[in-house]
Design a protein around this ligand. Structure first.
Ligand code: ZN
Ligand code: ZN
Length: 388
């Protein structure tokens, strides 16, 4: 280069310095190294069928190359996870041979997205363990699909991204498609399997329901919604009820919805046109919901016993968690009343609100408090949700 102009002041890259001083080949940029590792891992996993031990190693390498966490043993992560990465697995990879030993087997599906799925014993004791929920297969066992695990604003937050100091590493990373920190309003979908049918039971349809459904309904082959159960009447739990019109106009005539009396009273104001459809202009399309008022007593939805778990969600404000079989789900909680602890006994899987890593808010557990409750409730396993 010449001796003047902007180029003259550009410092040589570290690679160039390394090359000049050592005579070695420059190191390839990180993204190429990662891509190379992925290609190698993909090639390795394509060598199926292979022995159990080799397959476990290949899956582990694949998950590592895609920077996915290892959850349990590689096999518990299962071929479903590998396949959902678009791995070049043959259609009949030896999934059935995978020893999914735990009754609750966790598979991380789709690189980086927030929902995860559980195949569980809930409501179908003794049934065969499902090896994969991906690829539109009918599950053989009930499953829990996380449609959202984030706070009301969602992650990333617009305010973080527009902050001139740009100091929030979580939100900056969360913008990337498929990033694990991209989180929507807390919601789960229970795909409940009985010998006669499979029903889809949705817990909450908040502000981001459309976006969650758009991503996960096609991916899991979900079509109908057989029931919606509402935890409480905040916008991140009921703000998506309008979106259900796509189902009641195009998939099914109506959707049963289960709400506590206090939340029904709120909906009479916030969603008056869904509660009393006589006010709707003829021909206008709104969701057709059948309202069922649930008291704080066990009730049955699509052959599934649901036990409401009353909790405080801010001073003087009640929200409901729900228990299905030995799974307890509490997404919005600031305190647990004494009488609810006995409903949490012998819980195998607890899904619990943990808004922030350092402290609680007036309406949500933070991680320290959530951990305190975990020690008290003693579930076999816990997953945290509602993260900001
Ligand atoms: Zn942020
Ligand atoms: Zn709330």
């Amino acid at each position: 280069q010449g001796t003047s102009g902007p180029l003259a002041s550009v410092a040589p890259s570290r690679n160039a310095v390394r090359q000049a001083t050592s005579g070695q080949r420059p190191r390839r940029p990180r993204r190429y190294r990662l891509a190379g590792r992925r290609r190698k891992a993909d090639r390795r996993i394509r060598a199926f069928p292979m022995s159990g031990a080799t397959a476990a190693g290949a899956i582990a390498a694949l998950l590592r190359a895609h920077r996915l966490p290892m959850l349990h043993s590689p096999f518990a992560c299962s071929l479903a996870a590998a396949r959902s990465l678009g791995a070049h697995l043959p259609p009949r990879a030896p999934a059935a041979a995978a020893p999914l030993s735990s009754r609750l087997s966790l598979a991380r599906l789709r690189s980086g997205a927030s929902p995860r799925f559980f195949s569980s014993s809930c409501g179908a004791p003794g049934s065969a363990v499902s090896s994969s929920a991906a690829e539109h297969e009918e599950p053989r066992k009930s499953e829990l699909i996380f449609l959202g695990t984030g706070t009301s604003e969602g992650v990333p937050r617009v305010s973080c991204l527009t902050d001139p100091s740009k100091t929030c590493p979580v939100c900056i990373k969360a913008v990337e498609p498929g990033n694990r920190n991209r989180r929507r309003n807390t919601s789960i979908l229970l795909r409940h399997v009985t010998p006669s049918r499979t029903s889809n039971i949705l817990i909450d349809a908040g502000k981001f329901f459309y976006h969650s459904a758009l991503e996960w309904f096609p991916a899991f082959g979900l079509r109908e919604i057989d029931a919606v159960i509402i935890t409480h009447s905040h916008a991140d739990a009921i703000g998506g009820l309008d979106c259900l019109r796509d189902w009641t106009n195009n998939v099914q005539p109506s959707i049963p919805i289960y709400v506590a009396p206090r939340d029904y009273e709120v909906m009479k104001m916030t969603h008056h046109y869904l509660v009393d459809t006589s006010t709707v202009i003829p021909g206008a399309a709104v969701s057709t919901l059948q309202f069922n008022i649930m008291e704080e007593e066990p009730f049955t939805v699509q052959d599934l016993e649901v036990i409401p778990l009353p909790v405080w969600h801010g001073q003087g404000y009640r929200s409901l968690g729900f228990r299905f079989g030995d799974i307890c789900y509490i997404s919005d909680v600031s305190d647990i009343p004494d009488e609810t602890y006995k409903l949490l006994e012998d819980c195998q899987l607890l899904i619990l609100d943990a808004l922030r890593p350092d402290r609680s808010s007036s309406t949500h557990f933070g991680l320290p408090r959530a951990l305190e409750e975990v020690r008290k409730i003693k579930p076999k396993r816990t997953l945290f949700t509602g993260m900001a």
